[in-house]
Design a protein. Structure first.
Length: 165
C-alpha cells in the first residue's frame, strides 16, 4: 500500500506542476476567419476588387456641395444566356434616421440604371466569354437641410437568364 501511495504522490505533483507552469507561462490565441469564393465557369458576377463594397465612403465636397460617386468593375459571365440585375427592395437611398431626409442614389451597371425590377445588363453574346462592366453609384445633391451621418445598404442581385427559344 505504501508503494502505491509513494508512486502516486510524485505523479500527482508532476501533473500539477506542469499545469501550473503552463498557466504561469501565459497563453495567447487569435481566431482567423477565412472565406473563399471560387466562381463557376458557367455563371459569375463579382467585383474585381474583392474588398469593394465593404464600408465605402462617399466623400462630401465642401465647394460643390455634392457627394463623390463610387464605381467598381464587375466581372460578369453567363455561358448559358444573358445577365440581368436589380436592387433588392428598389432604388437605394442614403438614410440618417429621418425618412424625410433620405438622399436618393442612382446605381447603374454597364450603363443600365438599376431599379427593383430585373433588367438585362449584359446580353448573351457579351456574357458568354465574360465582360468587365462598371457599376456606378451617384447620390443626388444634398439639400441645405440634409446634414449628418448617412448610411445605405444596397443588395444587388444578379440573375443568369437562359436564352429565349
Amino acid at each position: 500500500m505504501f508503494k502505491k501511495f509513494a508512486v502516486a504522490v510524485p505523479l500527482a505533483v508532476l501533473a500539477l506542476s506542469s499545469s501550473v507552469t503552463a498557466i504561469a507561462a501565459g497563453e495567447a490565441s487569435h481566431t482567423v476567419n477565412l472565406k473563399a469564393n471560387i466562381p463557376t465557369t458557367v455563371f459569375h458576377a463579382q467585383p474585381r476588387d474583392p474588398n469593394w463594397g465593404r464600408d465605402e465612403t462617399m466623400s462630401y465636397n465642401l465647394v460643390s456641395g455634392e457627394l463623390a460617386p463610387l464605381s467598381a468593375i464587375y466581372d460578369l459571365k453567363n455561358t448559358n444566356g444573358s445577365v440581368h440585375a436589380y436592387i433588392e427592395g428598389g432604388p437605394a437611398v442614403l438614410f440618417n434616421g429621418d425618412v424625410s431626409q433620405n438622399i436618393p442614389l442612382t446605381t447603374s451597371l454597364n450603363g443600365v440604371t438599376l431599379t427593383g425590377t430585373p433588367q438585362e445588363v449584359v446580353n448573351e453574346a457579351d456574357s458568354t466569354p465574360g465582360v468587365g462592366a462598371e457599376m456606378r453609384i451617384v447620390a443626388a445633391k444634398p439639400s441645405a437641410t440634409q446634414r449628418g451621418s448617412y448610411t445605405a445598404v444596397m443588395p444587388v442581385v444578379f440573375d443568369a437568364v437562359l436564352p429565349t427559344p
